[in-house]
Ligand binder design. Structure first.
Ligand code: SF4
Length: 363
């Protein structure tokens, strides 16, 4: 019999689980706290649970299913984790430290079915979607590694769903993982500290906008015209820019006060980084009267497997200036650790450990 992965159960589900084992429901709440707040991965450490129950749990349940295969630490403190699921699929997670607030970038799928032309993960294709438990576990593993088991995070944590995969193609598990992560008796991360990035799965943007526990949204755009976006992000052939912007407008209407909608734009030398294209992007955002938006400009990282090179520094600055001159806040997202790739997860799970390690050593 397959063991139940407790990390992917909500507090309410753990109450039911405990009751099914003949225990009072509050034992389930206790279990939830031990896993999600204390971040314990071993039943033996849960000494406030009766020994008999802990023994039974060992037979029927499991807390941790991901195995960290490799961990790389960049000189700027960025940590990259290559993990494996129990059935052998690669999962990547990145920790990015910062003075004010650390960020964990998690994956929603192993590989990705979308074929963004500038993305290494795309080369893998979809291996499989991750379960809610596998999404949550990535965060628990990183927090324990960086701060020590159960220790407080010194200045809170931001989460970004920009790792490998398209989160909105794994919507149900993503939403469940968010519920678990935001639970006040667990990790207690507020939705305002979480950003989910989509390449433009339009129907799910509408659904996401209506969620009760809703993180921020980032839309990976990377081109101001359909002609170019069809080429760079083939998902555009299914939902073109107009359809995408209508969904963005709907989301914009539903936003909380002071919330901002982010557009991510990967800058590719000679492809989408001209002044004229910056102007087209500004006009596009203005056309839909999106007032509370910001644009993250992401200089592309080169990789042997990809036919693109990063834009020149002057071009990047000029692109930013054009957007700003049209009243659109724009930020250049400097790559951290250089192993981390842009917008919605350009992680290359297939990258051999030695290749990644070599990259990090040279920083
Ligand atoms: S950029 Fe994001 S959505 Fe596109 S292929 Fe890569 S991981 Fe998938």
């Amino acid at each position: 019999m397959e063991k139940t992965h407790l990390t992917g159960l909500t507090r309410a589900e753990l109450v039911e689980f405990a009751e099914r084992q003949g225990e009072p429901g509050w034992r389930g709440k206790q279990l939830f706290k031990q896993i999600q707040a204390r971040r314990l991965f071993s039943f033996d450490e849960m000494t406030d649970l009766p020994k008999k129950f802990r023994q039974a749990l060992r037979e029927i349940a499991v807390i941790s299913t991901l195995k960290v295969e490799s961990r790389f630490v960049s000189t700027d403190g960025t940590r990259r984790y290559l993990m494996k699921t129990q059935d052998g699929f690669p999962v990547e997670t990145v920790f990015i430290p910062s003075e004010n607030r650390d960020t964990i970038c998690f994956s929603s799928q192993s590989g990705c079915p979308l074929k963004c032309d500038f993305c290494l993960t795309a080369k893998l294709g979809l291996l499989r979607s991750l379960s809610a438990g596998e999404i949550v576990e990535q965060i628990l593993i990183v927090l324990n590694d960086v701060y020590g088991v159960g220790n407080e995070t010194p200045h809170g944590t931001n989460l970004v769903g920009m790792g490998a995969g398209e989160p909105f193609l794994n919507f149900e598990n993503l939403v469940k993982a968010i519920e678990i992560i935001c639970d006040k008796e667990g990790l207690s991360i507020v939705p305002n500290r979480i950003t989910i990035s989509t390449a433009g799965i339009v129907p799910k943007i509408y659904e996401f906008a209506e969620l009760k526990i809703r993180p921020h949204l980032a839309i990976s755009l990377s081109a101001p015209t359909d002609e170019l976006r069809n080429r760079l992000m083939p998902i555009n052939r299914r939902w073109n820019i107009e359809t995408l912007m209508q969904a963005a407008s709907f989301f914009h209407e539903k936003m909380r006060p002071r919330e901002k909608l982010t557009f991510e734009y990967v800058l590719l030398k000679g492809v989408n980084d001209s002044e004229n294209q910056a102007l087209e992007l500004a006009r596009l955002l203005r056309k839909y009267r999106l007032k509370r938006v910001k644009v993250n400009l992401i200089p592309h990282n080169t990789a042997e497997e990809l036919d693109y090179t990063p834009s020149d520094e002057t071009k990047i600055e000029r692109f930013k200036a054009v957007l700003e001159s049209h009243g659109i806040p724009a930020y250049i997202r400097r790559p951290r650790g250089r192993d981390i790739y842009a917008a919605c997860g350009q992680l290359a799970a297939k990258a051999s450990v030695s290749a990644v390690s070599k990259k990090l050593e040279t920083i």
